[in-house]
Design a binder for this molecule. Sequence first.
Ligand code: PLP
Length: 398
Amino acid sequence: MPERDPRWWEHESLRIQQERVCLDGSALDELARQHGTPLYVYSRATLQRQLGRMQAALAAITQRYRIYYAVKANRCSGVLRAVHDVLGIGVDTCSPRELELALESDFPTELISFNAGMLSDGDLARVASRGVHCTLDTFSALRRYGALVPRDTPVGLRFDPGVIDAYGGRQKTAYGGGKFGFELSDCQRALDAAREAGLRVDSVHMHVGWGLPEESAAEIEGAFARLAAVARQVPELQTVNVGGGLGGRYRAEDRPLMLSTWSGMLERHLVPLGVTIACEPGTFIAASAGVLLVQVNTVEERRGTCWLGVDAGHAINPCPALYGIPLEIVHLRTPLAPPVHEYTVAGHINESVDIWARGCRLPEVREGDFLALLPAGAYGASMASDHCLRGQVKELVL
Ligand SMILES: Cc1ncc(COP(=O)(O)O)c(C=O)c1O
């Protein structure tokens, strides 16, 4: 086994400088002391760099593309501002409130997409009144939405990718065969239903899964080929939307689907359709931009395990406890010291699953020390609940 690089998580904005972990030049332990914990800190530079990378990858294969940042990943106002300030970037929303937030954040209607399922009449009425492009995935929604909007309103159809593969092979992050999307074989029926409802189908959509790995490239390519086949059945097609799915590393050994592999597949299967290629990245843009700072309140040996208790639990970041997605834990007082103990790091929620990490190798940790959990820019604060009334967390954009 090659030696694990303990600093695998460093990038242009997040690095150890003069023995302190810094995000865009700000020392994280200092920010924790100044603002209190738990605290999410986001790098505007990283958000914009990731958007720039995706723009460059798409511009290299087509002149017609549109990036809609997935608001569900992180809706902090400073994050939305960072996205807004990159020319031509839109936002994807999945609930009436997200849509209203996008409008309040000054995104123009034509740069907002709406894509959600299991919508109530009230949801559909709120969406219809805003005039943004809507992607639907049930016959019921097509019928009810058609009754609310002017004749010939364009809509998208979302399809089931069929692929059941995602980060760590986990069902919880896979989308195929689940509640989302029309069956591919139902394309003609969905087109007929849309026409009967007075809607014009102008796009098809497929979100394959979360945290797609490079090793699944062949399966993902198969899904894009199926999407291309279904797209060819749509007479007035303007856009093919491939959703999100690109991620980053959560552990040193992760090999996420590379941007170049992804864009190569788009070039082979979807660019030849001659329509706009759209995508809705959340994790790729936001994950590596954020860290979660917590403070250790308990260091104690119990039944042969050394436990670290911290002042945050799965209420403010469900990734490790609820999805089995690991976060790296970095000791902020001595980030360069060699690990000397294996700790189990536990949160303060009254649930036995509220564990951040087991067998976590760290330098000597003391009560009062600060830790950084990362990458934490996506699906952390945006998924916070108030379980045990422990949902409060501050957010800071650098
Ligand atoms: C329809 C849709 N689009 C985009 C996204 C964002 O995905 P990701 O965070 O993998 O980029 C999701 C995630 O759940 C989604 O369901």
